[in-house]
Design a protein around this ligand. Structure first.
Ligand code: GLA
Length: 397
C-alpha cells in the first residue's frame, strides 16, 4: 500500500485534470468502539466522492463542489480557521498535510459525488480521504493507509471540530472489494473477511435510510464519547493493566459500578459486549453462517438502543419490522446513530420483497419514504485509484 503515490504519480499527465475517487462505508458491527481501542467491522459501499484536481495558474489553493454554491480560495500560507461549511473537510485535510511539512503546489480541487449526506454512511470521511489522496499525488508524496486515515481523522477532530473515531477514514482508505474489514482500532491492524463464505454467498447487505439526518458534529455523539471515556478512565485507575476498554471485561466493569454514573456504566457495558460481538461476528463470517451473524447484529442493535441509547424511534421501527420479514437474518442501526441508516442481512432471493414490505411499513408508520440500497463490498480509495492509474482495464468496484 505504501506504493500508492508511486502508482498515482505514474498516471499523471501534465496539467490535465486528475480524477480520484473514494467510496462510502457501512458498518456491519462494532459501533462506538473505535475511540477506545475496540474492534469494528465495516465495508466500503458503492457510493462515490470524486475529486478533480488540476494545477492552478494563480498560485492559490481553490476548493469547489458540485453540490454547494460556495468556492473557497486561499494562498498557500493562509492558516485561517474553519468557516462552518462543507469546505472545512477538504481544507482541514490540507491543513494536516501542511502541518506534516508537505509542500503542495497550487491547485484547483473540485468535488462531486453521490454519497447521501447526513445518513451515517461517511460522506465526510469520503471527502477527506479523496482530498488527501488527490493532494498527496499532487505533492508527489507517499503515505501508508494508516497515516492517511489518521491524518483525515485529525482533520475532522481538530479543524472541523467533530470528535469522530478512526473507523470511517480507515475503511474508506483501505477496504478491499468483496470483504468486510475487521479493524483493531488500538493498533490499526486489520483482517479482511470474505463476504461470500458458505450461505453468506447467497445474502445481500441492504442499507435502509430512515431519512432522519444525523451529524457527528451535533452534541449527542460527543456526549456519548465523554461518557465512555469517563468510564474507561475509572476502569484504568482500578485495573492498571488495562490499556483501554478494548481489553476490559464485564467483571471488571461490575467491580467499578458503584464509582460510575448509571450512564457511563451502561455505555461501557455496550462497548465491552460489542467488542465481544465483533469477535463472534468474525467467527460467523468465517463459518459462512448468516443466521448466526444476523442474530449477533440484531443483539447489537438492542445494546445500542438500551445501553448506548443512540437509536431513535424510526430506526427501532425499521429494525423491528425488518427482523420479522421473510429472508431477513438480522438488522441494526449503523454508524453514529441518532438517525441515519439500518444495515440488514437479507437472503438474496427475498431482497425485492423485503424492500417492498419495509418501505410500505415505514410509509404506513411514519409517512416517510425509505431509501434503500443493496450494497456490494467495494474497494477503498487506495485500491480504486491505484487500479485506475495502472491502466487496468477491469472496472474497479
Ligand atoms: C461515526 C464516527 C465513527 C464511529 C461511529 C460509531 O461514524 O465517525 O468514528 O465512532 O460513528 O461507531
Amino acid at each position: 500500500m505504501n506504493s500508492l503515490s508511486d502508482e498515482l504519480l505514474s498516471g499523471r499527465s501534465g496539467s490535465d485534470p486528475q480524477q480520484f475517487a473514494a467510496p462510502a462505508r457501512v458498518n456491519l458491527i462494532g459501533e462506538h468502539t473505535d475511540y477506545t481501542g475496540g474492534l469494528v467491522m465495516p465495508m466500503a459501499i458503492p457510493f462515490t466522492t470524486v475529486a478533480q484536481l488540476q494545477d492552478a495558474v494563480d498560485g492559490r489553493y481553490t476548493f469547489s463542489s458540485e453540490l454547494f454554491a460556495t468556492t473557497r480560495s486561499m494562498t498557500p500560507d493562509d492558516r485561517s480557521s474553519r468557516v462552518g461549511d462543507w469546505s472545512d473537510y477538504p481544507v482541514g485535510v490540507l491543513r494536516e498535510l501542511q502541518q506534516h511539512g508537505l509542500q503542495i503546489p497550487p491547485f484547483e480541487l473540485r468535488l462531486s459525488g453521490d454519497v447521501p449526506l447526513g445518513a451515517g454512511l461517511s460522506s465526510s470521511a469520503s471527502v477527506e480521504v479523496v482530498t488527501a489522496i488527490a493532494l498527496l499525488s499532487h505533492a508527489q508524496v507517499t503515505l501508508s493507509a494508516a497515516v492517511i486515515a489518521k491524518l483525515c481523522q485529525s482533520a475532522e477532530n481538530n479543524y472541523v471540530g467533530s470528535p469522530c473515531g478512526i473507523m470511517d477514514q480507515f475503511v474508506v482508505t483501505a477496504a478491499t472489494a468483496d470483504h468486510a474489514l475487521l479493524l483493531n482500532t488500538r493498533d490499526l491492524t486489520f483482517e479482511l473477511l470474505p463476504m461470500n463464505k458458505g450461505d453468506l454467498a447467497d445474502c445481500r447487505i441492504v442499507v435502509a435510510n430512515s431519512g432522519v439526518r444525523h451529524s457527528i458534529a451535533g452534541g449527542d455523539y460527543g456526549l456519548r464519547r465523554r461518557e465512555v471515556e469517563v468510564g474507561q478512565a475509572k476502569l484504568r485507575d482500578r485495573f492498571s493493566e488495562l490499556r483501554d476498554l478494548g481489553d476490559a471485561t464485564l467483571e471488571q466493569l461490575a467491580a467499578c459500578e458503584h464509582e460510575l454514573s448509571r450512564e457511563s456504566f451502561r455505555r461501557c457495558r455496550h462497548i465491552i459486549t460489542e467488542n465481544r460481538r465483533v469477535r463472534e461476528a468474525r467467527q460467523a463470517m468465517l463459518a459462512g453462517d448468516p443466521a448466526r451473524l444476523g442474530l449477533i447484529m440484531t443483539t447489537a442493535h438492542a445494546s445500542e438502543r438500551d445501553d448506548f441509547e443512540c437509536s431513535i424511534e424510526e430506526i427501532d421501527f425499521l429494525v423491528d419490522t425488518a427482523v420479522g420479514l421473510n429472508g431477513c437474518y438480522g438488522a441494526r442501526l449503523t454508524g453514529g446513530g441518532f438517525g441515519g441508516c439500518t444495515v440488514n442481512l437479507v437472503n438474496g432471493t427475498d431482497v425485492d420483497e423485503f424492500i417492498g414490505a419495509l418501505t410500505a411499513a415505514y410509509r404506513a408508520g411514519f409517512s416517510l419514504e425509505l431509501d434503500t440500497y443493496v450494497c456490494a463490498a467495494v474497494n477503498g480509495a487506495l485500491a480504486r485509484n491505484a487500479a485506475r492509474l495502472y491502466g487496468d482495464s477491469q472496472e474497479t468496484r
